[in-house]
Design a protein around this ligand. Structure first.
Ligand SMILES: Nc1ccn([C@H]2C[C@H](O)[C@@H](COP(=O)(O)OP(=O)(O)OP(=O)(O)O)O2)c(=O)n1
Length: 373
């Protein structure tokens, strides 16, 4: 990659992330796993220990996470042989990766899609942090992960990857006008009348049952067994999820405030190779329900260049205080697009290890295929 390309504003591609590692801007005691660098992000690995803490916290300016941990830790768990993290508890884990970012580079973290689909709440915390998942320009120091399984107990171990980080130079976000123009040339979402506003394209929820053989989605069961986050394709869907079948012509769904749902977007989504996207909540003022924990969409997702024909976004949905009726097509989120600093050499889905290319309504990779029949 040419240096001029690397210095352009935008999200850093895999090749530039490798360069950051080579130059020591990312450091870790153990070599990176061979597939840890993704087209536009780096997966973060759990370290050797986790602490069960009394409550979630942000250290605030000038304070280190370690200082706060000393006051808040209840119990230490050894992760080297695996440990179960229980629902409803908050844990803090030091990550293997440390940052020594240059003065023009910031990073943003987000749960991996597989983590969000399990209703595991994770957020990265840095020393001095006043916000979660935010690694400020020029940050030097360790990274920690807050982990709180909401529905299923999970088995994790040293090296498990629950979160990921994107590196950003400058401002790379597309304006409404730029989005409209890219929508016209590249069909970012396959909507007849795309709704572009506030720097994002609206995504609606599909409750028609079309995304998977007459199913509207899945509702998580309670009091289930443990999920090993590092095992793919081994669990039976119906041990953990209740399929929600379309009934009559009712194209709506009443969200139970205590339940977690996996639904699909109505529109197929497409991320062209020179861009990366992120799903952001539709409007925090609506406030009745929360959609998605995991929001990063890789360059090439749903793209023909990477073997896709558009793919639905997965919506991780929770109602807040009261039961709430979600209607088919209702807007639930917005996709914002950012320019890549350079096109990544490998796109999402171009390699067989990508789990969610071309997906309809898709649970996390831990589950066996489900026909919906
Ligand atoms: N709410 C979301 C978030 C992401 N994705 C899609 C777009 C991403 O490009 C793809 C993969 O996301 P991650 O890299 O976060 O997921 P994993 O690492 O878990 O999956 P993989 O192993 O396929 O990389 O999933 C989605 O459909 N719905």
């Amino acid at each position: 990659m040419r240096v001029a390309e690397v210095l352009k504003p935008g999200i850093l591609p895999a090749e530039a992330i490798s360069e950051l590692k080579a130059k020591g801007a990312i450091s870790c005691r153990h070599a990176l796993d061979s597939d840890q660098i993704q087209p536009a992000s780096l997966d973060l690995r759990l370290g050797r220990s986790a602490w069960r803490v009394r409550a979630s916290f942000l250290p605030g300016a000038g304070a280190s996470v370690k200082e706060r941990l000393d006051a808040l830790a209840l119990h230490k768990l050894d992760l080297t042989h695996g440990a179960v993290l229980e629902t409803g508890c908050v844990y803090l884990v030091e990550l293997f990766e440390r940052m020594k970012l240059p003065a023009d580079l910031a990073a943003a973290a987000n749960p991996k899609s597989s983590t969000g689909r399990l209703d595991v709440f994770v957020r990265v915390i840095t020393d001095g942090a006043r916000a979660f998942d935010t690694i400020p320009v020029g940050y030097h120091g360790p990274l920690y992960l807050e982990v709180s399984p909401r529905t299923f107990p999970i088995l994790v171990r040293t090296g498990s990857r629950l979160s990921q980080v994107r590196f950003r130079r400058g401002v790379a976000r597309l304006s409404d006008l730029e989005l409209l123009s890219l929508q016209a040339s590249d069909c970012l979402v396959d909507a007849a009348h795309p709704d572009v506003a506030a720097g994002g394209i609206a995504l609606g929820v599909d409750l028609s049952g079309d995304a998977l053989g007459g199913l509207q989605g899945f509702r998580a069961k309670k009091h289930t067994g443990v999920i090993d986050v590092d095992q793919s394709g081994v669990l039976d869907v119906e041990d953990f999820w209740e399929p929600i079948r379309l009934r009559g012509d009712g194209r709506s769904l009443v969200l139970d405030p205590d339940a977690f749902y996996i639904l699909a977007s109505r529109e197929a989504v497409h991320v062209p190779p020179d861009y990366a996207a992120e799903m952001v909540p539709f409007d925090p003022l609506v406030g009745e329900f929360r959609v998605h924990y995991a929001g990063f969409f890789d360059p090439g997702f749903g793209s023909a260049a990477a073997g896709g024909r558009g793919a639905r976004a997965v919506l991780e949905v929770r109602s807040r205080e009261v039961p709430f009726i979600l209607e088919d097509g209702q807007t639930v989120g917005r996709l914002v697009y950012e320019r890549m600093a350079a096109r990544p050499g490998t796109l999402y889905g171009a390699d067989m290890r990508s789990h969610y290319q071309g997906q309809g309504l898709k649970l996390s990779k831990h589950f066996r295929a489900f026909s919906g029949a």
